[in-house]
Design a protein around this ligand. Structure first.
Ligand code: MG
Length: 168
């Protein structure tokens, strides 16, 4: 059986991942109203990954005979000023999620919950990748500055993105 403390923390993380899903969906919705369809597609794919993260924890809690509790998810931001602002916001969000995973990892250490530590290893690896891909986009967009030509090229490349989820 999973401890109550770890169960509460994992339920909170389901909510955090769903908030992240919703936040990326809001970014995608905004981008669909701009010429940047590639960025819109990138964000939609990112949203789907976040939903997958929530479901991974959902399944894990059930496997450990915990109880899943679904809390309300905050309304996401759907107005932005530029692709750079959006990707900077995405990077900030990923750094926050990394902090959340680290905290649950620490809690699982305190609780001597070795199965949860093993489970969270996948998330730690995933967060390295999430921060890197957001940072790469921020760097590219900063380099592009106000060049429409450069922005459209980055947008087109972003539209080619395929799922990069590591194996479970
Ligand atoms: Mg996630």
């Amino acid at each position: 059986m999973i401890s109550k403390k770890v169960e509460v923390a994992l339920n909170q993380q389901i909510n955090n991942e769903l908030a992240s899903y919703y936040s990326y969906l809001g970014m995608s919705a905004f981008l669909e109203t701009t010429p940047f369809k590639g960025f819109a597609s990138w964000m939609r794919m990112q949203a789907e990954e976040e939903q997958g993260h929530a479901m991974k924890i959902f399944d894990y809690l059930n496997d450990r005979s915990g109880k899943v509790v679904l809390e309300a998810v905050d309304q996401p931001q759907t107005d932005f000023s530029s692709p750079l602002e959006i990707f900077e916001s995405s990077l900030g969000q990923e750094m926050e999620v990394t902090g959340q995973i680290n905290e649950i990892f620490q809690l699982a250490q305190e609780e001597k919950d070795f199965a949860t530590l093993e489970f969270l290893g996948w998330f730690l690896t995933e967060q390295v990748e999430e921060e890197k891909s957001a940072q790469d986009m921020v760097d590219l967009l900063k380099l592009a500055g106000g060049s429409v030509e450069a922005l459209l090229r980055i947008d087109s490349e972003a539209g080619q993105r395929s799922s990069e989820e590591p194996e479970a």
